[in-house]
Design a protein around this ligand. Sequence first.
Ligand code: PEP
Ligand code: MG
Length: 317
Amino acid sequence: ERDELKALRFAPAVTLDGIQIRMEANIELPEEAADALAAGAEGIGLFRSEFLFMGRSSLPSEEEQYEAYASVVRTMAGRPVTIRTLDIGADKTLDGEVTVATNPALGLRAIRYCLANPEMFNTQLRALLRAAAHGPIRVLFPMVSHMHEIHAARRALARAAAELRTAGLPHDAAVQVGAMVEIPAIAIAIEPFAEALDFLSIGTNDLIQYVLAIDRGDTDVASLYDPMHPAVLRLIAHTINVGERLGKPVSICGEMAGDVRVTRMLLGLGLTGFSMHPQQLLDVKKEIRRAHSNALRVKVASALNRAERIDLSTLDA
Ligand code: PEP
Ligand code: MG
């Protein structure tokens, strides 16, 4: 069984009806890029950079961050590397930081935190642009809900590039820029965001939390944390459809992408980009290669039009 999966490492992720699917990996530490490559990942779909910042008493310097990002880029040898800017706050906090937010999940986290701490953000963006000199980097902004946050983040990126140019430090300012779709507002009003960005990555872990008002870490309400809720699926479908229409790549990097039980359903939503833990890549690829994408799309669309729960057993081959 494992050998059979291993043989799939370099097999294309193509459905029976010829739809090419992008299979990328989520990593939290630079060392994990090697696992991603070994599992046949076509790129890094999500590098959770906050793990460089956690469990320590000082912030990582520009040099340290540059080394970390560049090492992932070098390991991936020309494949795209998506680095998410610091997603701190809520379930991930910096050491020694006193949480004063009334409700951390709705507070000053992720891109909000970075825009409020411009020097810290600048250090990370400079490190990212310098690492981009070694291979393709895509910068991913977390927890975006407003267009002005995109504009401000792009200005911060432009400032970092200008500084590097002045300092004569090697870098590549032409990085792709994308946002996490994990706050309902951006999924509902996705068009201008899709137009302003190069790509979108759906963070279902947080999207489900915010759509259903269920704390993703609270065991008392865990049974209500429902990835299959029609409201959740409609937002995912809408994001995918708009991305398709505007020619902007859309992927999912939340846990759903690596759950083989919903692979066929996600193909039915029209998803063509999956990013997951390296260990899940081959099982999901196997499922993709057995699926008939267009048949699934018809079935899933008809259930969603009626806002009905999708019975996964009706999607079986
Ligand atoms: C998500 O929210 O789905 C996601 C991928 O990011 P994180 O789990 O790090 O919040
Ligand atoms: Mg998230």
